[in-house]
Design a protein around this ligand. Structure first.
Ligand SMILES: [Zn+2]
Length: 292
């Protein structure tokens, strides 16, 4: 097992292979602080009051809580629902505008077609009146008038068909408008409801964030500037976890068990020495159940 790990080229293949249970046998052969070893990336040794180190765990808990709150705020399911509803509302509103435009065009066409029917009817009425009044004497003129009345009747019938066809299309457009307007109203109401829910959750999360930030501001001075700077630096590159408790010989940051040789060195370190996990390089904070 140790030999296999020694051949590794990646930084922490054993972590991937054995998850939290692997004891790093190879590091038993590597003294702490060996030149060129991984511990050389730790930087200069740092000392800090044990109470400050313990406070670092409180700070870490608050920072982790703030990270979780921030993540929750950014990934609320309501946000995706709002995006989806907004997109659907836009589609429905666009379709409604098209339906309204079509209906208005058809209304104009209908007025024009009805005007044409009126003109034909008036002319036909005039002809009929002339005919009824006996104003036409010549048989030729009478024949022409009767012929015109006949063709006007056919023309009127055609124009009335056009009006009917336009009215039918208008009815369809109006039905589309009603249906789209109903969809729009439903989506608008849904969007308002989800937005209100999101805002309520935002308010809730923001209150928790404010409380955690206030608690953090109270804890940070207890940690001390130097230790805090180191913690922030590690936290930025270690998934938001800069400090972890050493719990029963296990680093709570990477969840790996510290091997006996390394544990012996941790045990021998003075209480104010800031310890680092050999594996994940996070600050290791001693607790009563560290197993030292
Ligand atoms: Zn670790």
């Amino acid at each position: 097992m140790a030999g296999r790990c020694r051949r590794r080229s990646a930084r922490r293949p054993c972590v991937a292979r054995h998850y939290g249970e692997y004891r790093r046998l190879d590091s038993a052969h590597r003294p702490l602080g060996r030149p060129g070893g991984r511990s050389s990336t730790k930087g200069p040794a740092l000392n800090a009051d044990p109470a400050s180190q313990a406070r670092l765990l409180d700070l870490q808990a608050l920072d982790s809580s703030l990270d979780r709150l921030d993540h929750r705020r950014r990934t609320l399911p309501e946000l995706a629902t709002i995006d989806e509803l907004t997109a659907r509302l836009r589609e429905v509103s666009d379709a409604l505008v098209l339906a309204e435009t079509l209906e208005s065009d058809l209304a104009r066409d209908q007025r024009k077609a009805e005007g044409d029917v009126d003109q034909v009817r008036q002319r036909s009425d005039r002809d009929q009146q002339r005919l009824d009044a006996g104003q036409v004497s010549s048989s030729r003129e009478l024949e022409n008038l009767q012929s015109e009345i006949g063709s006007l009747a056919r023309r009127r019938s055609d124009l009335e068909d056009v009006v009917l066809e336009i009215m039918e299309r208008r009815e369809i457009a109006q039905a589309d408008m009603s249906s789209l307007a109903a969809d729009r109203d439903k989506l608008t109401a849904e969007l308002a409801s989800v937005t209100a829910k999101r805002d309520a959750l935002f308010a809730e999360i923001d209150a928790e964030i404010a409380a955690s930030r206030a608690a953090r501001a109270a804890v940070a001075p207890d940690v001390g500037a130097e230790l805090l700077a180191l913690y922030e630096k590690i936290r930025a590159t270690s998934d938001g976890v800069g400090a972890a408790a050493l719990h029963r010989a296990r680093c709570e940051g990477c969840h790996l068990t510290v091997n006996p040789a390394e544990l012996g060195q941790l045990r021998a370190a003075p209480p104010d020495a800031v310890l680092r996990c050999e594996e994940c390089l996070r600050i290791l904070v001693r607790t009563p159940d560290s197993g030292l």
